[in-house]
Design a protein around this ligand. Structure first.
Ligand code: 2AM
Length: 180
């Protein structure tokens, strides 16, 4: 039985991705994300078998939610055991994104996907880091005011993550429109 590593995400539009990509330098040894990899994770699901993957895709078909107006707002990082491991761009305002996250959560609960433990922080990962990466603070300081024009998330995407050598590949499995 093959496992599928799934997550639900929002894909920023091309000009926003281009703006983010243009900022991707200044941390030595960082694994900068490619255009294909840029997304805002609404809900990480993890590994499920084929049947559960079909249940998840069907459950998300019942999503009724408005599109979300958003903008890029600053950068930040996540640490693990005192070590920075992710650098990201923030996405604001948080409330409508948190509401959408909550709706997705409720739909997934119906098909037995356990609730998420990680706090929801709307972000788009720019780079993954490891112990040998250079300092992050100068990058975070330089881009503390990073801002974009307003843009709209008008659909939600169910992705499958394939762990590959040069980093994960994300394949869109299904798209769900948000009401305009
Ligand atoms: P990220 O959003 O901070 O980059 C696919 O792996 C996506 O799901 C990535 O965007 C990743 O984090 C997120 N993700 C991976 N593992 C996770 C976990 N255990 N909990 C929540 N999100 C996770």
């Amino acid at each position: 039985m093959s496992a599928h590593r799934l997550f639900v995400a929002l894909r920023p539009p091309r000009p926003i991705r281009a703006q983010l990509t243009a900022a991707m330098h200044g941390i030595s040894g960082a694994r900068w994300q490619s255009d294909d990899q840029l997304h805002l994770t609404l809900r990480f699901i993890g590994e499920v078998d084929h049947h559960r993957a079909e249940d998840v895709a069907a459950a998300l078909g019942a999503l009724h939610a408005p599109s979300v107006a958003a903008r890029i707002a600053g950068v930040g990082m996540f640490e693990r055991r005192g070590q920075p491991h992710t650098v990201w761009a923030g996405v604001a305002p948080a409330e409508p994104l948190a509401a959408l996250h909550h709706k997705v959560d409720q739909l997934l609960a119906r098909v037995g996907v356990a609730g998420e433990t990680r706090a929801f922080v709307p972000h788009i990962t720019l780079a993954r880091l490891n112990r040998s990466s250079g300092p992050v603070a100068p990058f975070v300081a330089l881009h503390s005011d990073l801002a974009s024009e307003a843009f709209t998330f008008d659909h939600v995407t169910l992705y499958e993550s394939e762990l590959a050598h040069g980093g994960s590949r994300y394949h869109p499995v299904a798209r769900y429109p948000l009401a305009s």
